[in-house]
Every structure is written in C-alpha cells, then in structure tokens.
Write a protein that binds this ligand. Structure first.
Ligand code: SF4
Ligand code: SF4
Length: 641
C-alpha cells in the first residue's frame, strides 16, 4: 500500500487501485505511513501527544496547522480556537495547561513578538500539564516583514527549544516536546521554518495519545501569580530547571552523530540539515554530522566530544550564528583547539534560507574544493511577478476612491500609513498608499505620530482582522490624545491573506459554528470616535463622500469600508450558480487608458492590436470599473450569462 496526498486529498494505492481519502480523515487514522505536509504532521503529533486545547492567530508559515485543526479538532476531541492575537492565544493555552490539559499554541515568528510578554513570564511560572509553543520562522521573508531568528527567544526565556528538520521529525519531536514539558514542568519552544512546515515527506504514525480537553485548576499562588516576591522565587527554580535540562539535552536521542569518523565535522540543525546532507552527497564528501534537534540548552558534552574528535568543525545554520556562538563558547570553556568555521569568520552568510547550492559554496570555501556550479538546487528563475490585488478586490476600489479624494481636496503631501494584510499591496503603483508599515497595528499608532510631528494630512489603512489583533489600542491612543487622523478599516469579512480564517468580526468560529459577531462600528463608537461611516467600497461615489467628510473633520474619523473578499464573493456566486462579468464595448472605448493605468484591475489588459479588453476568466464581475468614475465613456458593460 502506498499513500500520497494531492490537492488536499490523500490517495491510497493498493492492489485494488487508487482510493481517494481526505487528508483530514487520514490524520485521525490509528496507524500507517502517509505523505504529509510538515504542518499536517504537526497536527498528527498533537493527536499522538494527547493535546486537548489549541489556540492560534493565523500567520504564515504556521497557518495550515489551524486550517487542518479547524476541520478535525472536534472529531479528535481537541478544543481549538482562533484567538484575537498571539498573546491572547498563549495566555489561553497557558491557563489550560495550568488546569491539567495538554495545550499547544502556534504562530509565525513575528507573532511571538506579540506574545513575548506572556512568553517570558510563562517560563517563570512553568506548567502543570504539557505546554508547547510553536514558532514558524520565515528565513528569506517569503511572507514576513523580517527574518528574525526565534531560537534566541528560548535562551532569553530559559525555555527548552526543539528544532525538527522534516515532517517525520515535526510529528515525533512534538510528541517528545510534550514529554519534556511534563517531565520538567516547563513550556517548550518548538521552532520550525518555512521549509520544514511546508515540506512534504513520509510520516510513520505512532499510537494516539489520550486526549483530555477538560481539567481542574488547583490554585497555586506562589507558582502562577507572578507578583515580584513569587517571581523572585520562581527565577531560582527556573535556573534549577535550566541546569537539569542541560543534562537532558546531552542525553537526548534527537541530538545525534552521523558518520564513520572524519577529520572534518559539521554541526547543524533544522532545515539546514537537509541542505547539508544533499551538499555532501553532491560533493562526494564523507563528513561526520552532529545533527542537533534539542538546541537549547545545547548538549555541551556532545559538542565538546564532537569538537575533540575532529580537526575542523563547520557550523551550518540559517540566519544568526546561534549555534556557532555556543559551539565557540564550549571550545573556550573546555579548552579545545579545534578550528571552528561558520558565520563569525565570514564563511557562511547571515541572511536568507539555505539550499544545497549555498551550503556547497560554504563548504567549498572552507575546505578549499572546487565545485561545479550548475545551480541544480537553486530557485528556478521565473519572470518576476509582483503580487497584485485580485480582480474585484474591494481594497482596490477603496484605494482608488482615496486617491481621487486626495487629488480633489489637493491634500498636501498626504501620508498613508498601512498595515499587514492583502491591503499592504496598496504600496504598488498607481496607488502608492503604503508609506509606513512596521508590524500588525502600526498603521494607527504611527498615524498618531505623523499627525503630531508633521502638518501633513494622514489617512491610514487597516484590515478587520488586524484591527481586532492590534489596532484597537492605537485607536484609543489617537482618540485620547486628539490626533487628526483618518482611519479606513478595510473590512473584507475574513482574514484573507493567511487563507480566509475567521476573526471576531464574523458570526462564526473556527469550526464554522455560530459565534458572537463583534461589531467594529460599536467598538469605534465606544472608543469615542465622532465621525464613523460604513461604506460599500464598490460604491465609489459614497466612499468618496465619506473620505471627503472624514478628511475635513477634526480629531479621529473612521470609515469602515465593508465588502467581502473578492475570492469569497466568487465562491459564493459560483455556489449560487451566478456568473457576472464585464466587457468593453470597443465602439465606445476611446483608449483613454484610465481603467488600465489608474484603476489597474488585473482582468483589464491591452491586446496586441492596442484595444483594451477584459479577460472573461479573470473578471470577477464586481462592476467597479464600469462606473463613470473609472470609465467616463460608459464603455464597460455588464454581460448577462
Ligand atoms: S476607461 Fe473606458 S474608455 Fe478608457 S480605456 Fe478603459 S474602457 Fe476604454
Ligand atoms: S468588473 Fe471590472 S473591475 Fe471588476 S473584476 Fe471585472 S474587470 Fe475587474
């Protein structure tokens, strides 16, 4: 029997032929070997570890864990929620674990910054039941604002750190992480990177754990209430735990030596290990590898033995010289003279993810061997295709209306702080409305700063999910300090960028069951904003009136541009059997190019004969381009299907 998954379906091939099964069912099977995505394997790990409570805020590369859980958590007996943000998720799982329920939270690397306040303290408090925190790091920043190396967080908080390299390890190490957590009463940081979370590989199942979603909280004031006197005592316990964990790391099966004995050795971890393996095979080298999975505390004894038994040791790791610094410390403490190479002596780069080609280059420089450059493992060079807002995207209409109003009112050098979501794409031409973007929620906080520090008008943008996540304190600040800011909340009724997860503004929860819908309008009014308007961004005239009024108002004014994401609309229309599209009447079209150059819906294009056309496959039928504010010649017409 062979298994592999294709387009969300698991295909099982037996003598009787191919049977298609849902990957969601497969994850609940008792035994077997399956071809899983790293994040799917993590969900299987939760089932084997007996996790009863899981919470997250979606973020790439960890989002699929939640997508899968939202489908199977109920069936598996796991409680799962999308929390408002990462710190809320961490606080929720910490409480559940303190109540005796094995708990798991997962987030992208920058999400851990949001959760950092609770993260640092939960390490002091410890846990009664297994508690694991997953950080999905993003070397090369495929979908992130930075590529911070979250391994440092483990050291910062004295929290054990595990780093899997592939889907099998992702599953196995997660089960192991819960064992470590319960053995030492500590939360564990579980760090993947994009290449581990999104890698597919064969995963052999272990047995399912006993899942308990309810426990009992036995009060323990000294442990769980981190007032200064308690925190003082807990710090001592934290260091005791850290010392015990050093021995655990040294004896751990996930820190292992591979090879038959060579003069040169490599120390590596995580996704870099895969590239090292490919690179040494490609180069025909027989080099010992110390493959580390338990990377905080580091296995000092194993590292010193490895250093002692090799003339030269090369540390291969992505991003910061996290391991290398520690390896050099071990050499210094134990008085070992082995040559150590890595990033700190300039051989290995400090940025972006590795692939076998990059590792071959590092090894060739250090060992002094020639490599044949065929870029076999390099990314395939495709023509650059910058991301664009989808056809029919309501954000495009909002940006277009804002641009027109800014021109009409002759706003002098307006500043457009933007935020994290699909609408960050407002930075592109012709809109160029993403002047300042730091992190989730920064649109509103920075808007306050710009309004006070300059005399320029400030119009900022934030999405519905991001508003709930981190926007509300910024809005309170702007109102309380009486800043002059226009805030446009782009409410597309979902968390679109990470895959359409629900948020508190929707009437359903992670299981798509009815849930209390939190009204953005009521929050905004409750904060004390006087000018609040809800508009449909597809109605450009109405949207422009609101933006004009808001721009002429004093203090903070808020416009909620409410219209479902074009992809959801498309899905809904298909289900309803409707297909609306638009086309250009060539007799009326003057080729003024306003729709092409200033509105820029990707469905509108200039054909080889110079005529302007709409691609019927791409057109979403939103109709915004047909209004006189886009096509003043009424050349864009609806096609009835
Ligand atoms: S805006 Fe209207 S007239 Fe101008 S190019 Fe587009 S379809 Fe033709
Ligand atoms: S109706 Fe116009 S704006 Fe809307 S998707 Fe089609 S071409 Fe684009």
């Amino acid at each position: 029997m062979e298994n592999f998954s294709r387009k969300g379906k698991m295909v099982q091939i037996s003598n009787e032929g191919a049977i298609k099964m849902s990957v969601y069912d497969v994850l609940l099977n008792d035994s077997g070997k399956y071809f899983l995505l790293g994040n799917e394997a993590i969900v299987r790990g939760m089932i084997e570890a007996g996790v009863g409570f899981a919470a997250t805020y979606p973020g790439t590369p960890s989002s699929e864990v939640g997508d899968v859980l939202s489908r199977i958590a109920k069936k598996a007996g796991i409680y799962f929620e999308y929390s408002t943000n990462e710190i809320v998720a961490l606080e929720a799982v910490a409480a559940a674990a303190a109540s005796g329920v094995r708990s798991f939270t997962f987030m992208k690397h920058v999400g851990l910054n949001v959760a950092a306040d609770a993260f640092m303290s939960v390490s002091y408090a410890g846990t009664n039941s297994g508690l694991v925190i997953m950080s999905g790091d993003d070397p090369s920043m495929f979908s992130s604002q930075n590529e911070q190396d979250n391994r440092h967080y483990a050291e910062f908080a004295y929290m054990p750190l595990l780093e899997p390299s592939n889907p099998q390890e992702a599953k196995d190490f997660l089960v192991y992480a819960f064992k470590i957590s319960e053995k030492y009463g500590t939360p564990v940081l579980f760090r993947t990177t994009t290449r581990v979370s999104h890698l597919r590989g064969i995963v052999e199942y272990g047995s399912k754990g006993e899942i308990k979603a309810k426990g009992h909280f036995n009060k323990n004031f000294e442990k769980f209430t981190l007032l200064p006197s308690n925190a003082y005592r807990q710090k001592g316990k934290l260091i005791e735990r850290y010392n015990a964990l050093k021995e655990e790391s040294d004896s751990s099966y996930i820190n292992r030596v591979e090879g038959k004995g060579s003069d040169i050795g490599i120390i590596t971890s995580g996704a870099a290990y895969n590239s090292v393996k490919d690179a040494i095979i490609e180069l025909g080298l027989e080099i010992d590898i110390l493959k580390l999975g338990f990377t905080f505390p580091i296995p000092e004894k194993k590292i010193s033995d490895f250093l002692n038994s090799h003339k030269r040791v090369i540390v291969v790791e992505e991003l910061d010289p996290y391991l290398e610094t520690k390896v050099r410390n071990v050499a210094q403490i134990y008085g070992i003279n082995t040559s150590i190479n890595g990033k700190m002596d300039g051989f290995s780069p400090w940025s972006y993810e590795f692939n076998p080609d990059r590792v071959m280059e590092i090894l060739s420089k250090i060992i002094g061997i020639e490599i044949k450059k065929d870029d076999k493992y390099s990314e395939i060079k495709l023509p650059s295709r910058p991301p664009v807002l989808c056809p029919g995207c309501p954000h495009r209409a909002t940006f277009y209306a804002t641009k027109l109003v800014s021109k009409q009112l002759r706003l002098e050098d307006p500043i457009y702080p933007n935020d994290i979501g699909c609408y960050s794409l407002g930075y592109q031409k012709p809109y160029q409305m993403s002047d300042f973007l730091l992190c989730m929620g920064s649109s509103i906080g920075s808007a306050s700063g710009f309004s006070q520090a300059t005399d320029q008008p400030v119009i900022s943008f934030i999405g519905d999910s991001t508003f709930f996540h981190a926007g509300i304190p910024g809005l309170i600040n702007a109102v309380h300090n009486n800043h002059r800011v226009v805030l446009i909340i782009l409410d597309n009724r979902t968390t679109a960028m990470t895959g359409h997860q629900p948020n508190p503004g929707l009437p359903f929860n992670a299981y798509r069951e009815p849930a209390k819908e939190i009204s953005i309008e009521e929050i905004v009014k409750g904060i004390g904003v006087k000018y609040v308007r809800i508009v449909d961004p597809y109605d450009l005239k109405e949207t422009m009136v609101a933006i004009r009024e808001a721009a002429n108002s004093d203090g903070v004014s808020v416009i909620i541009a409410k219209r479902e994401c074009a992809l959801l609309r498309d899905e809904r229309m298909r289900k309803e059997g409707k297909w609306i599209r638009y086309q250009i009447n060539q007799e009326k079209c003057t080729k003024c190019m306003n729709c092409v150059k200033n509105f820029t819906c990707p469905a509108i294009y200039v054909d080889s004969d110079g005529s302007v056309k709409i691609d019927p496959v791409l057109c979403d039928g939103c109709g915004v381009c047909s209004t006189s504010l886009v096509c003043g010649f009424h050349a864009i017409e609806r096609v009835e299907q």
